[in-house]
Each structure stands twice: as C-alpha cells, then as structure tokens.
Design a protein around this ligand. Structure first.
Ligand SMILES: Nc1ncnc2c1ncn2[C@@H]1O[C@H](COP(=O)(O)OP(=O)(O)O)[C@@H](O)[C@H]1O
Ligand SMILES: [Mg+2]
Length: 274
C-alpha cells in the first residue's frame, strides 16, 4: 500500500443507524486481511467504538487468544470557551491523531450522530465515506427532503449539503475526492414493498447527491450480540464458535461492502482471505 493511510469515515447525522457497528466490522475485516489499521473515535462522549475495542482487549486477555487489534485513538472535543479557539484546538488534535497513525494502511473513523466541528473535519479527510441508513423513510430524511405525494426530491438535507461542503474542502486541501457510499442497514426480509420503494428513491437521489448506493446488512442478531465480548462475526472461528447459515450470509454482506472500497488489490485479498 502507498505510504499515506486510506481513510474510511462512518458518518450520518442521525444516531442509531449502524455507524459504530459498521466501523467495527470494516476495521476487523481490514485487520484480518493483514493491514495495519488505525481507528479514531470522534464520538468520545458515547464512545461506542472505544468501548467495543476495550471489550475486545479484555476478551483476548481473559481467554488468552490473539485477536488482531487496531491502533486506537479517542478524540475528546475541545472545551475551550470561544468557538474559534475550540475549533482551532479540535483541528490540532485531529491532525495529531492522523499524524500518529501515519504508518497505518487504513484509518477507520467513527463519528457521532450530531453536528460537530470535529465530525465535519473528519468527513473532509475521508477517502471513502460510508453512511449507514436504516431502511425507513425517517432515515432517508437525513439525505433529502422528499415530496410526500411523488417522492421527488424537494431539497437536499443539511447533512447532504455538508458532505458536499466537505468534498469541496477536501478538493482544495489536496485535490482528493470523497467516494460517498450509502449503505442500507437492518434490511428486513418481510417488508419487500418498502424495500423496493426505498431502493427506487435512493437510486434517484444517488445521481442527484453523488453517492453510490450499496447493498447493506440485513437485520441480524449477530450484528448486535457481540459488543460485550468485542468480537465481530469474523472472529467467531478463532473463538471456536461454529458458523451458522445466518453468519455465513452476514459474512457475505460484509464482503460485499468491503469490495466497494476502491483500493488496489483489496478485492483480490478479500477473495483469498475473507
Ligand atoms: N444489521 C444489524 N442488525 C441488527 N442490529 C443492528 C444492525 N446494525 C446495527 N444494529 C444495532 O443497532 C443499534 C445502533 O447501532 P450503532 O452501530 O450503535 O449505531 P450508531 O453508531 O449509528 O449510533 C445497536 O443496538 C446495534 O447493535
Ligand atoms: Mg455510534
């Protein structure tokens, strides 16, 4: 890999859409592919990713097994009084974190579900931005306001606007571009009509807002039951847990997502290892 780490940011202005869960799975997949991975938790107040990683460390220690680990960095938001001073401090702290993780092949950044200067900054550093979206029209509202009768785009939402802003910041900073992926999460097998309707609307929005819609994760217990042990479905074999059919299907969903990250040789490695 090139010297500069490839940065993957999980972002969505809304909470509870699967950012931290996806961050943990993408990170573990990259580690299992043999990459050196850094992780940054910008959601330090909630600290889900940090706790997930802590739980993983504890589990590995308690059971004396070797689990691949990221180099983890937890970013606290500045407590400076003035907005200007706080933003300057946030910027310095963020740049320091990136610099500390300079030797990594990838950096995975988890962001909070609300507007924060640090979060915006992180978005502007993304090579790939993954926005998980629950399969509901409430969640879709984060991307765009739709006309209720025709489901046509009324206007982009604030989040879509600020992703656009961060794309511009990124281009000015280093002429880089942000590959924006919208990942549908917690897909249910039963609400086929809603699923189709969402897909249609997202296809139209994808063109207007310049993102790629990718097939995501189904609603599965395995995505939420492993937090306390700090494991992901890619670790089950290491801990001697048999893979069920649902796990195999979940693994395929994760593989599909990983294949969407446009990095040279990644697809080959995924075929070989995952
Ligand atoms: N595909 C999925 N299937 C089942 N539960 C999921 C799935 N993705 C996320 N969850 C659960 O949804 C909740 C929110 O996920 P989380 O990753 O914490 O979202 P965010 O970081 O966006 O707030 C958690 O309880 C998580 O375990
Ligand atoms: Mg989270």
């Amino acid at each position: 890999m090139s010297k500069k780490p490839y940065i993957i940011v999980l972002g969505n202005e809304k909470g509870g859409t699967g950012k931290s869960t996806t961050a943990m799975h993408v990170m573990t997949a990259l580690l299992r592919l043999g990459y050196k991975v850094g992780s940054i938790d910008i959601d330090a107040r909630q600290g889900t990713l940090s706790r997930y990683i802590q739980n993983r460390e504890t589990f590995a220690k308690n059971y004396d097994i070797d689990l691949p680990m990221p180099l983890h960095y937890r970013l606290e938001r500045s407590k400076a009084d003035s907005i200007k001073a706080a933003e300057a401090e946030d910027q310095t702290a963020f740049e320091k974190a990136i610099l500390t993780l300079q030797d990594c092949d990838f950096i995975v950044i988890d962001t909070p579900g609300h507007d924060l200067y640090l979060s915006r900054l992180a978005h502007s550093y993304a090579d790939t931005l993954i926005t998980p979206l629950n399969d509901s029209f409430i969640d879709l509202d984060v991307l765009a306001h739709l006309k209720s009768d025709s489901l046509e785009l009324e206007k982009p939402s604030i989040y879509a606007d600020w992703v656009w802003e961060q794309k511009k910041h990124r281009a000015v900073r280093d002429r880089g571009s942000i590959d924006w992926i919208v990942l549908r999460n917690r897909l249910s097998h039963i609400h086929a009509h809603n699923k189709e309707k969402m897909e249609g609307v997202l296809n139209t929005l994808a063109k207007r807002l310049a993102f790629r819609q990718v097939p995501g994760f189904s609603e599965r217990v395995i995505f939420r039951e492993l937090f306390l042990s700090g494991l992901t479905l890619l670790d089950l074999q290491d801990v001697g847990r048999p893979l069920t059919l649902s796990h195999v299907a979940a693994k395929q969903e994760l593989r599909n997502l990983m294949n969407q990250i446009k990095v040279a040789a990644l697809e080959e490695k995924i075929k070989e290892v995952l």
